[in-house]
Every structure is written in structure tokens, then in C-alpha cells.
Design a protein around this ligand. Structure first.
Ligand SMILES: Nc1ncnc2c1ncn2[C@@H]1O[C@H](COP(=O)(O)OP(=O)(O)O)[C@@H](O)[C@H]1O
Ligand SMILES: [Mg+2]
Length: 315
């Protein structure tokens, strides 16, 4: 992917006047419903009259096309753009059966976005703003490689999905921790405290920095001038949380506890956007290859998804 060439080709003057908002949906763990939520959030936004572009950034296990009943493997996809087989990202955008919603597919079994550079990823997000959509949504891969973290950090809004299982909660915290440190490492790369941030990323560091809160305290002590910059960086990172596959009232509350843990240990403000209940209609809609909000618009889960989108779209 030729970054410089791409940037001038895809960002048209018209698009530069009306850049799309870009959201990312991630969560560290696989199989927790990131793609299900991405497909349904995108369909909901499109049905409310917005032009939406959904990007399947899970290049290793891309399957969003199936959620919309689109056959596999035809036409250009995101890998073709990244690997320079097509010049314009626009060429990879395909109409879905839902009016107002286009999809850029990933390619099943491809090496993935992990091979891209930070600059390429930033440019991809920038290029996606210029394709005539009001809203762009990146559906992220599982895991926490640098590419996935960058998409989570470089977009305007990021949504973290977790389920009430201990393994998912654990991954959600690791994902947040990794994103947090990546954000700091990038934002403070020209600062005198950058080595300290790098040191802190090693959980067993000798300074005894175990949590981001410890790191902030240490920076304030050693380099008060850098602390101001640090506070700005932290307040600009406001991930939003969705708890998926909720089965009872106790599990609804999980979002609030994650929120308070994040405040305590990361000094981070995580907004609990809402939850989606565990619902057999979800897998039924996937089997039918139609988004839940289209196939079963009156189901509880569809109603919760619409509420989440409403909150996301609030200015
Ligand atoms: N709210 C839910 N209720 C019931 N099943 C769900 C729900 N969310 C997700 N699933 C199930 O989990 C599976 C994996 O979801 P998917 O969106 O592909 O996960 P991810 O993108 O995080 O890997 C889906 O195929 C679906 O059967
Ligand atoms: Mg997925």
C-alpha cells in the first residue's frame, strides 16, 4: 500500500469538506460478538438515513459479508488495497442489501493488517473518511496486535465489547491496558518521559509501576512539565463499553464495575453505553444471513442495539 499516492487519490476536495465520523469496534477476545454488533450498529445507522461504510478489518477471519447474505470472495477487498492491487479504497466498497450501507470486505485467510505500518493505518483511516459516507465503522480482529490497537486509537470513537465471562473481562482489561500504553507511547514519543513509559509497559519493571495510575504519579514526580501533556492525552482517550450476551441483572451491572475499575487503575473515563442480552434470535439471524435489526427488529436485543446507536450518535 503506497501511502503517499493513496492519500492524494482518495481524499477528494468534496470529501475533505464533509469528513465522515469513524468508529472502531474491538474487544481483544474472539467470538464475543464484535462483528455481530458492528453489522447491526451499521445497519441501524443506515436505516436511520445515514450513509454508512462498514470495514471488515479482521483480515484473518473476515466474515461480515456473510452477516448480510453476500457471497464470499468476489470483487476487490481491503487486502487488495493494502497489498496495492487496487489504487482506490472506493473500488473495494460494495453495496449491501441494506440501502445506505456499503461494505469493504476483508479477505478470508489473508496475512492481515498486522503487516502494515503505523503510517499506513493512519492513512487508511483518513482515506475512509473521504468515501462519501457519514459514518465509517471498523470491525476489528481479536487479539491486540499493533494494527488492531491503532485502529482502536486512531478512530474518532472506539467501542469495546465484552461479555460477562471472566475470560472476556480479562481480555477487555488487557486490551484497554495495551491501548492505553500505546496511546501514551505515541503521544509522548518526543517527550523526556518516553523511556519511562516504555519501562512501565513491562509489568515486572523495577520501578514498581504496576498500573497506569502509578505511571502518572511517577511522571508527575520526575517531570511535572510532561504531566500536563499526559493528562491531555488521557482525557482524549474515552473508549465506550458494550456488554454483550447478558443473561441476568447481575451481568448488566458488570459494565459499571468495569467502568469504576478503569477509573481507579487507569484514571480512564470509560462510558458504559449499554448492554445486549443473550438472545437465540441472534444466532438465528446469523443463520438467516440477515442482521438482527432487520430480521427481528422488535426483539429485545435489536431494541438495545438501537439505544446504543442513539447514544453513539449524540453529539
Ligand atoms: N447477544 C448474543 N446472543 C446470542 N448469541 C450471540 C450474541 N452475540 C454474539 N452471539 C454469538 O456469538 C457468535 C460470535 O459472534 P461474532 O460477532 O462473530 O464474534 P467476534 O466478531 O467477536 O469474533 C455469533 O455467531 C453468535 O452466534
Ligand atoms: Mg469478528
Amino acid at each position: 500500500m503506497n501511502v503517499r499516492r493513496r492519500a492524494t487519490r482518495t481524499v477528494t476536495p468534496e470529501a475533505a469538506r464533509l469528513p465522515a465520523r469513524v468508529w472502531a469496534i474491538g474487544g481483544g477476545k474472539g467470538g464475543i460478538g464484535k462483528s455481530f454488533i458492528a453489522a447491526n450498529v451499521a445497519a441501524t445507522a443506515a436505516r436511520s438515513g445515514r450513509q454508512v461504510l462498514l470495514i471488515d478489518a479482521d483480515l484473518g477471519g473476515a466474515n461480515l459479508h456473510t452477516c448480510f447474505g453476500m457471497p464470499a470472495g468476489r470483487g476487490p477487498n481491503l487486502s487488495d488495497f493494502i497489498e496495492d492491487r487496487i489504487q482506490d479504497l472506493d473500488k473495494a466498497a460494495e453495496e449491501t442489501p441494506i440501502p445506505g450501507l456499503r461494505l469493504i470486505r476483508g479477505a478470508l485467510g489473508h496475512a492481515g493488517t498486522a503487516d502494515t505500518s503505523h503510517e499506513q493505518r493512519t492513512q487508511l483511516v483518513q482515506a475512509s473518511r473521504g468515501l462519501g459516507a457519514d459514518l465509517v465503522i471498523f470491525d476489528l480482529a481479536a487479539g491486540m496486535d499493533r494494527a488492531t490497537l491503532d485502529f482502536f486509537l486512531e478512530t474518532d470513537e472506539s467501542m469495546l465489547v465484552a461479555t460477562p465471562e471472566p475470560t472476556s473481562i480479562e481480555n477487555a482489561y488487557s486490551f484497554l491496558r495495551a491501548s492505553f500504553y500505546r496511546k501514551l507511547a505515541h503521544g509522548l514519543r518526543d517527550s523526556p518521559v518516553r523511556d519511562l513509559v516504555r519501562e512501565a509497559m513491562d509489568q515486572r519493571n523495577e520501578r514498581g509501576i504496576r498500573t497506569p495510575t502509578d505511571l502518572i504519579a511517577e511522571i508527575e514526580r520526575l517531570e511535572p512539565a510532561a504531566a500536563e501533556n499526559l493528562r491531555k492525552l488521557i482525557s482524549s482517550f474515552r473508549p465506550r463499553l458494550v456488554v454483550n450476551q447478558v443473561r441476568n441483572r447481575e451481568e448488566v451491572k458488570l459494565g459499571f464495575s468495569i467502568r469504576s475499575v478503569c477509573r481507579k487503575y487507569f484514571g480512564l473515563d470509560v462510558e458504559y453505553l449499554g448492554y445486549v442480552s443473550y438472545d437465540d434470535l441472534v444466532w438465528r439471524s446469523i443463520k438467516e444471513r440477515r442482521p438482527l435489526v432487520v430480521a427481528y427488529p422488535q426483539s429485545d436485543s435489536a431494541i438495545y442495539i438501537r439505544q446504543i446507536v442513539k447514544k453513539m450518535l449524540q453529539p
